[in-house]
Ligand binder design. Sequence first.
Ligand SMILES: Nc1nc2c(ncn2[C@@H]2O[C@H](COP(=O)(O)OP(=O)(O)OP(=O)(O)O)[C@@H](O)[C@H]2O)c(=O)[nH]1
Ligand SMILES: [Mg+2]
Length: 236
Amino acid sequence: MPTTTIAVNQDVLAAKKQRALEQRDRFTAQGTFVVNLVSSPGAGKTSLLQATARHWQNRFCVGVLVGDIATDRDAERLRPYVPVEQLTTGGACHLELSLVQQGLSRLPQQQYDFLFIENIGNLVCPASHDLGEHVRVVVLSTTEGDDKPGKYPKMFRTSQAMVISKSDLLPYVPFSVDAAIQDARLIQPDLVTILTSSTRDEGLQDWCQFLEDARKAMLAGRDAAQSLMTTQKGAS
Ligand SMILES: Nc1nc2c(ncn2[C@@H]2O[C@H](COP(=O)(O)OP(=O)(O)OP(=O)(O)O)[C@@H](O)[C@H]2O)c(=O)[nH]1
Ligand SMILES: [Mg+2]
């Protein structure tokens, strides 16, 4: 069949990018640090969020939007710990910003220090959707194999951190932490890597410290930009 090429001459995704940028700016202005948690199904995202809430023990105000194709099982698991809203896509393999914004309007309205968005378990589609997050964290479990970064490069290239989960299973599975990190850093040299076990609460200190430092950096950037604007206004 003959194909026709149509020159659009504009970035058709520009409007989406702009909406995500504006949402990120709103989160920053509110002091809410937003984490988009991505992984294959069952890598341990919800378990990590439960362990994170236990580790912080109410030191921070945390909200969660949790995405799934069907059921509210993850929201029910998280409800004892934090305010949570289930986002159900009904078939779509990733979350989109519009669904996130609907979930946000249903969350109890309060000042959140951290908002976690647990994406649909899928190492492909969520990589292409900016949800207005400050950081994208990919969770890779030791049961998936250490060869996955190279096989799903976009997810690792667009993430700023990689949590290697289920470290307690390392004695029983053929998984090299060094090989996984090496593979991922070929794609994303600046990737922060953290080893955790949610069932044993291991690595939670490093994970939470990473999040706290990242939030501090976001707040410092916001305050510096605000004082620069005030100075410029005063000078004009
Ligand atoms: N041994 C061990 N099992 C874990 C750990 N973290 C999670 N699991 C188990 O792995 C399974 C999947 O964990 P979930 O937290 O539901 O994973 P998920 O990424 O949220 O899964 P989806 O939302 O379905 O994509 C559950 O049976 C957990 O108990 C861990 O650190 N160690
Ligand atoms: Mg989950």
